[in-house]
Design a protein around this ligand. Structure first.
Ligand code: HEM
Length: 427
């Protein structure tokens, strides 16, 4: 991306296996893509093949608008606040591994810990672990995630029954659908009052404007999408956050002082309101974008910067990673400096780790809360250090980019926290 941008400038025409189009590397051009009416774009067939024909991520135009209206409530405002306690329980549950690591002294991979955390957060808040067999639930979700391999996400050429990774994916998707089908059937037997207040329950109760509700297949496609879109992304961001804090001891000290100020219980809502913690999360998402670019297929002509027009059938690619490292917007872009988010507010097409426009990440507020709770809990309660002096490099995983070595850390032991009054309190 960097080479393309340096050689050709802020808008570059390209020809790829997905088709021809224009890639934009700058915020005002990104705004032209994000602000275009949703009818300008049509579904990307690969996304439909992977997520299912009624998944929010696969549909477009009016169908997308109706579905987003139904899906937005559990991911915004009051409802997300209602999930904070469950997020914290899931995070604390996964930190048992730190106790064992502190006893044995063996290094742990931060990505293993964060993947377990992100999985439990989804299990609790989306599928509602309260009334399901957690062991079977975790196994089904892990099997589904594991089958979503790089071999099938790059294109549809190998989506064939003779190709083992595709067969594995189809089998895993069937098992996932059966498992969700059973959950849904159980909930429905309990009647309207017993649908539950997790995402599944909220979706079962939701109604379109015409009074109809989502069918079972539609619900399954959404839950599959939420799992795939919301698990690895959050887990990678969590691991990067810890990595950058451990390499920037000044930022870590400032963050700990702020977190200590809310008292030893670490009330989850208080964590999500901490400004420096929020800035640390934003700076991590900026410097290590988990999703590097987003793609739209044009149904209508789309003009960019008043100069270049993408014809119907052409692609518009927004290079999120380049925009997030643009020195014109973020001076010294290679430096991890959370303070920049306290000094300045960035526009919607400048701070783009969650994409933008009508398709902006549905789980953005959810993910930011989850990250604040996980990072707040870890830095406040544990003394940890990087187990390797070598810098991590971001490599492609499947739809995402993540740390090549998984951020190995050593857990030194529980941390003695400094309370606001200056006393030290053993955790
Ligand atoms: C740090 C974590 C995350 C990052 C960086 C991230 C990033 C993104 C990006 C870049 C997109 C594409 C936006 C576009 O096309 O303009 C997206 C879409 C989406 N994300 Fe996230 N995401 C994260 C977490 C989550 C979580 C936790 C969930 C839900 C539990 C979620 C659900 C979705 C869904 C459903 C879409 C598709 C939206 C649509 O097409 O209308 N994401 N995400």
């Amino acid at each position: 991306m960097r080479e393309m941008h340096a050689a050709f400038g802020d808008a570059v025409s390209f020809h790829s296996v997905m088709g021809k189009g224009i890639a934009v590397f700058e915020a005002s051009l990104a705004r032209d893509v994000f602000a275009a009416p949703p009818e300008t774009f049509e579904p990307v067939p690969l996304v439909e093949a992977l997520f299912g024909g009624s998944a929010v991520i696969a549909v477009s135009g009016d169908r997308h608008r109706r579905l987003r209206k139904l899906l937005n409530p559990p991911f915004h405002g009051e409802k997300v606040r209602g999930f904070l306690g469950a997020m914290q329980r899931a995070v604390r549950g996964s930190l048992g591994v730190f106790e064992r690591a502190a006893r044995t002294g063996s290094p742990v991979l931060m990505t293993d810990v964060s993947q377990a955390m992100a999985l439990d957060v989804i299990l609790e808040t989306v599928f509602g672990a309260g009334d399901l067999d957690r062991v079977a639930g975790r196994a089904t979700l892990l099997d589904t995630i594991g089958a979503f391999s790089p071999a099938i996400v790059g294109g549809q050429l190998l989506h064939k029954a003779w190709f083992p990774p595709w067969r594995r994916f189809v089998r895993a998707r069937r098992r996932f659908d059966r498992w969700v089908g059973e959950l849904v059937a159980q909930r429905r037997t309990r009647g309207a009052e017993g649908l539950g207040d997790d995402v599944l329950g909220i979706l079962l109760a939701a109604r379109y404007d015409d009074g109809t509700s989502m069918g079972d297949a539609e619900i399954r496609d959404q839950l599959f999408t939420l799992l795939l879109a919301g698990h690895e992304t959050s887990a990678i961001a969590m691991a990067w956050c810890i990595y950058h804090l451990l390499r920037n001891q000044g930022a870590l000290a400032t963050l700990r002082a702020e977190v200590d100020g809310i008292g030893p219980d670490l009330a989850p809502e208080a964590l999500t309101k901490l400004r420096y913690l929020d800035a640390v999360v934003s700076e991590t998402l900026r410097i290590e974008p988990v999703v590097t670019d987003v793609l739209r297929t044009c149904r209508e002509p789309l003009t960019l910067g008043g100069k270049w027009t993408i014809p119907p059938g052409g692609l518009a690619a927004v290079m999120l990673a380049s925009i997030l490292r643009d020195p014109r917007v973020y001076p010294e872009p290679e430096r991890f400096r959370p303070e920049r988010f306290l000094e300045q507010r960035y526009g919607a097409s400048e701070f783009v780790p969650f994409g933008g426009g009508a398709r902006r990440c549905l789980g953005a507020a959810f993910a930011q809360s989850e990250l604040a709770i996980a990072v707040g809990e870890i830095v406040s309660r544990w003394e940890i250090e990087l187990a390797s002096g070598s810098p991590e490099r971001s490599i492609r995983r499947n739809l995402t980019m993540g740390p090549k070595h998984g951020v190995p850390i050593r857990v030194l032991g529980p941390r003695a926290r400094r309370e606001a009054g200056g006393m030290r309190v053993a955790s």
